[in-house]
Design a binder for this molecule. Structure first.
Ligand code: SAM
Ligand code: SF4
Length: 438
């Protein structure tokens, strides 16, 4: 979501006559689009912007802008640690960014705009597309969240849940497809509750609409909340060929007691039932999840239940985080906070355990054929790469289960769909050989 928002902000800066450069020390303006989800992300933003306090090239300091969730959360407080900051631009203030830029250029400083906006800002500019063709792009379909999970800062910094107009979404995707994009990831904090056009267009309907856009070969989406995973969506996953055979379904914990105190509104059993329904409809579906380790009051037995759930479900990928207390959230005030060492030990144990499961899942692909969407040259040479002639390149792509597959080819190009036979599997990727007919 932040990548997408950063592209909107980059487009607005381009419209105002700015050009992107790669050395921030030489910039006239430095903008940091921030994430507040964990303490560490917030600290990184402060430390990055702190670097420009003393920067003066030819007697000039760059204008410094803090945008996004930390800006929304911190408001005027941001000036305490960053007295040189010129603009604090909240999550719903993008539509007013151009006006604030003009004010800054006229000499105004220390502007704070964290006011809400009635509508979602429809400012995605095609000019914000990076110079080189990108095959896969994010598209935000909704903003905000009203679920109020007790650990999460999102409802306080992103506001009420609002769905974008379905026709604006389709129009944006048509533009992306025309510029060479082949894969779209639709984004929202809880895409299952998408209700476009005053509630007349559901998320499953939107998937059908997007699948009709010529040029788009693959559709992904994130994130689905288990409590709202509807049968309609499961059916859409099954029926729409362009929708990838992968679902990211964050469970957060395997303990009913913790799930209740997280205010997740489902229990372990309901989660298992949803997974069964999914696997019944789409037997090979790849599953990934988010987990929080060390939530306040998490006992050894609660943690063990999370490990048991990992063993039972066998996710393809897991994104696990150590619990981070966030201001405004109820859980930050719970009395039974765990120490950092315990959280770290549990997180490491969980990641080690999952790595074996992921490797086992990856190995199950050996000998099978998969189709990948080619994304580019692999960053480093892998075992199995043989340069057969001067045109041979080592490239990579993802299959529809979102697995990264490296392969060697003389003629594959970015954006091609290539069929590969999987020869080898590693914890984080696969190695494949191009099938002769391709
Ligand atoms: N809306 C999504 C959902 O409910 O699954 C999650 C969005 S959140 C931006 C991404 C992930 O960050 C969450 O799934 C959760 O695992 C993690 N997260 C959120 N708040 C956290 C916190 N206070 N400490 C650690 N991890 C957190
Ligand atoms: Fe945060 Fe829960 Fe909303 Fe996800 S559903 S963004 S975890 S409050």
């Amino acid at each position: 979501m932040n990548v997408y928002d950063s592209q909107i902000l980059a487009g607005l800066l381009q419209n105002a006559g700015y050009e992107q450069i790669h050395d921030p020390n030489l910039a006239d303006l430095v903008l940091c689009n921030t994430c507040a989800i964990r303490h560490k992300a917030q600290e990184k933003a402060y430390s990055f912007l702190g670097r420009f306090a003393g920067t003066r090239i030819k007697g000039k300091r760059p204008l410094t802008v803090m945008a996004g969730c930390v800006a929304q959360k911190e408001k005027e407080k941001a000036f305490v640690r960053l007295p040189h900051l010129d603009l604090v631009l909240g999550t719903q203030a993008f539509g007013r960014f151009a006006a604030h830029l003009n004010a800054l250029i006229s000499g105004e400083t220390r502007i704070v705009d964290t006011e809400p906006s009635e509508n979602i800002f429809e400012g995605f500019s095609k000019d914000a597309l990076p110079g080189k063709v990108q095959i896969s792009r994010f598209v935000t379909i909704m903003q905000g969240c009203e679920n109020f999970c007790t650990y999460c800062v999102v409802p306080y910094v992103r506001g009420k849940e609002r769905s974008r107009d379905p026709f604006a979404i389709v129009e944006e995707i048509e533009g992306l497809a025309a510029s060479g994009v082949r894969e779209i990831t639709l984004l929202g904090q809880n895409v299952n509750s998408y209700a476009g056009n005053n509630g007349q267009v559901s998320f499953a309907d939107l998937l059908h609409l997007v699948s009709k856009v010529d040029g788009i070969e693959r559709i992904r989406f994130a994130t689905s909340h288990p409590k709202d995973l509807s049968n309609d969506l499961i059916q859409a996953l099954k029926d729409i060929d362009k929708v990838c055979n992968h679902l990211h379904l964050p469970v957060q914990s395997g303990s009913n007691d913790i799930l209740k105190r997280m205010n997740r509104k489902y229990d372990r059993d309901t989660y298992f039932k949803r997974i069964s329904a999914l696997r019944q409809a789409c037997p090979d579906i790849a599953l990934s999840t988010d987990l929080i380790v060390g939530f306040p009051g998490e006992t050894v037995s609660d943690f063990q239940q999370t490990m048991d759930l990992l063993e039972a479900v066998e996710f393809d990928a897991v994104f696990a985080f150590s619990y981070s207390a966030r201001s405004f959230t109820p859980a930050a005030k719970f009395s039974n906070q765990l120490d950092e060492q315990t959280k770290k030990e549990r997180l490491n144990a969980l990641l080690d355990f999952q790595e074996k499961i992921t490797e086992k899942k990856n190995k199950s692909f050996v000998g099978k054929k998969v189709t990948v969407l080619v994304e580019g040259d692999s960053p480093k040479t892998r075992d199995g790469f043989v340069k057969k002639n001067k045109n041979t390149r080592q490239m990579f792509g993802r299959n529809d289960a979102n697995k990264i597959v490296h392969f060697a080819s003389d003629r594959a190009a970015i954006g091609d769909l290539v069929t590969l036979e999987i020869i080898n599997a590693y914890p984080h990727s696969l190695w494949g050989e191009v099938c002769e007919s391709d």
